[in-house]
Design a protein around this ligand. Structure first.
Ligand SMILES: Nc1ncnc2c1ncn2[C@@H]1O[C@H](COP(=O)(O)OP(=O)(O)OP(=O)(O)O)[C@@H](O)[C@H]1O
Ligand SMILES: [Mg+2]
Length: 246
């Protein structure tokens, strides 16, 4: 089942053509590795899917229905969640509160509406458990490793039961052991039928989890390959331009 289809997406920032005529489709439970050199347009593409940017040209279909997102909240309402390159988490708050940031649970205490920490801790604990992550809801994010921070950001996407999760460089700045944890989170999302777009510069990570690999070069899609029918060497060649497109 195709959950997302992009048709001829272009994005211009003034004179810069960040994306040029990119088409892409995504099925439920499919992991697509999105690769390309610095400035190739990867983040711009996922930001368009997440409603951060409007495309200059092109159409977006969610579950077969043409959609225009004016704001990120509209994409979220369509089941699309994004984990940003620079994980926007609040260091001085707990894991659970970060999971609920912007959609905090509250309860009434007499005439006052107060934050319902116990409900947030319980739900966050369940989400971490479902993701098979050992992150504890009450831990402060400032004391967490990069991998645990990723778990918090990914748990956020489960709150809304999103069926499309976009991840921008989740394994860029973390240790080997934490990379394995994050890749397990991706596999867990896939197992739950979530479609994942994984942006990464790390070839082994992409080949470890991706069903399909899409390569952008200077804003153009130059390859869309089944991972099992490609190789790190071929993908590297496509990224650098040593191998010609399609
Ligand atoms: N808000 C913006 N305003 C102007 N130019 C932008 C903006 N965002 C991105 N660009 C430009 O668009 C191009 C694509 O950028 P993008 O961030 O999508 O690349 P990327 O593939 O994610 O790179 P990286 O691997 O370094 O994260 C670059 O030339 C970049 O400078
Ligand atoms: Mg980027």
């Amino acid at each position: 089942m195709t959950v997302l289809r992009l048709e001829g997406i272009s994005k211009h920032f003034g004179a810069i053509h960040a994306l040029d005529d990119v088409s892409l489709s995504l099925k439920a439970g499919e992991v697509v590795g999105l690769m390309g050199d610095n400035g190739a347009g990867k983040s711009t593409l996922v930001k368009i899917i997440a409603g951060n940017y409007r495309p200059t040209h092109g159409r977006i279909f969610v579950d077969g229905k043409e959609t225009i997102f004016h704001r990120p909240v509209e994409a979220r309402e369509s089941g699309i969640e994004i984990v940003y390159q620079d994980l926007a988490l609040c260091d001085n708050l707990t894991a659970a509160v970060n999971v609920f940031l912007g959609r905090e649970l509250t309860r009434w205490l007499g005439p006052f509406r107060i934050l319902d920490y116990s409900a947030m801790n319980q739900t966050a604990a369940r989400l971490f458990r479902e993701l098979k992550s050992e992150t504890r809801p009450r831990s402060h994010v400032k004391e967490m490793s990069g991998g645990q921070r990723q778990a918090v950001a990914i748990a956020r996407t489960r709150l809304s039961s999103a069926n499309i999760v976009l991840m921008d460089e989740p394994t860029a700045a973390i240790s080997v052991r934490q990379v394995a944890e994050v890749l397990n989170l991706v596999r867990e999302l896939k197992r739950q039928g979530v479609a994942v777009v994984l942006i990464s510069h790390r070839m082994p990570d992409v080949f470890a989890v991706a069903d399909r690999i899409v390569v952008l070069r200077r804003g153009t899609k130059v390859a869309d390959r089944e991972a099992s029918k490609s190789s790190p060497e071929e993908i590297t060649g496509l990224i650098t331009g040593a191998i010609e497109a399609l």
